[in-house]
Design a protein around this ligand. Structure first.
Ligand code: HEM
Length: 248
């Protein structure tokens, strides 16, 4: 896809030269595709199941571990430092506590992820090593998503799973961010302060499109993994999909 072309305009007309505006415009279609994956549609219908949520948490853990390892390692890189907010944004610890809540103290042995999640993690580690200026594309895609639609998804998860407390839902909560909207504004202004050549900027936009695609592939792979597990469970009527999955 020609990201530069699609970055020029959005529905309100002209897109300025700010990275935050361009990245939003460049990934607009991919956002729609991500919202329309089966997993995200289940979410929007309030039909998320415990087994779907558990496998999603496992994949998010692998993804954020790679993202945050690379952000930490490149914290002083000029294209990372302005958007480095570990106190406010880091998700690895919240994911660890959610995984422990659902899988128990031996949760580390029970984390399973599909191939798409492994590919996403590998991509993050590769750009962390070779092109840290592209990390902003991935940090934007995940963290600004978590602070936007993600906030609604947290409430839906609680309701769909009938959870009475916030236990198992730490992933969705950002205790150090008092106003997600204000924080997003700060984040966008920090993104816009990163000095990038035109070539680097184009590569960041392209990487953001890839970041959305990697997320879509993860959601699709998780859905496939679950339908195989459900079919197997149907053949063994005494077993639930969760019991068929190797680790849940
Ligand atoms: C922004 C909804 C899935 C990434 C938003 C916004 C909404 C939203 C309402 C705010 C739009 C605005 O302020 O203009 C949803 C819903 C989803 C979903 C309902 C699925 C059920 C995703 C996924 C990703 C994602 C899967 C990426 C992995 C983003 C990003 C933004 C955003 C990066 C910030 C856009 C910007 O302001 O630049 N989303 N989203 N979203 N979402 Fe999503």
């Amino acid at each position: 896809m020609d990201t530069m072309k699609s970055a020029r305009k959005n529905e309100t007309g002209e897109v300025g030269s700010d990275l935050s505006e361009q990245i939003k415009a460049a990934t607009k279609d991919n956002h729609v595709r991500a919202e329309n994956t089966q997993l995200m549609l289940s979410y929007q219908k309030g039909e998320i199941t415990l087994v779907q949520y558990k496998v999603l948490l496992c994949s998010l853990y692998e993804i954020y571990r790679a993202l945050e390892d690379e952000m930490d390692r490149n914290a002083s890189h000029p294209a990372v430092a302005p958007i480095y907010f570990p106190q406010e944004l880091s998700r690895v610890e919240s994911l660890e506590s959610d995984l422990e809540h659902f899988f128990g103290s031996e949760w580390r042995k029970r984390v399973i992820v599909p191939a798409a999640t492994q590919r996403y993690g590998q991509r993050l580690r590769q750009i962390g090593r070779e092109n840290p200026e592209l990390l902003v594309a991935h940090a934007y895609t995940r963290y600004l998503g978590d602070l936007s639609g993600g906030q609604v998804l947290g409430k839906i998860t609680q309701k769909s799973l009938g959870l009475s407390s916030k236990e198992g839902l730490s992933f969705f909560y950002f205790p150090s961010v008092s106003s997600p909207n204000r924080f997003k504004q700060l984040y966008r202004s920090r993104m816009n302060s990163i000095e990038l050549t035109e070539k680097e900027k184009a590569a960041v936009l392209e990487e953001a499109v890839q970041a959305f695609e990697l997320n879509i592939q993860v959601f699709d792979d998780l859905q496939k993994m679950l339908s195989v597990a459900t079919e197997t469970a149907d053949q063994h009527k005494d077993r639930s999909p969760a019991a068929v999955l190797p680790s849940s």
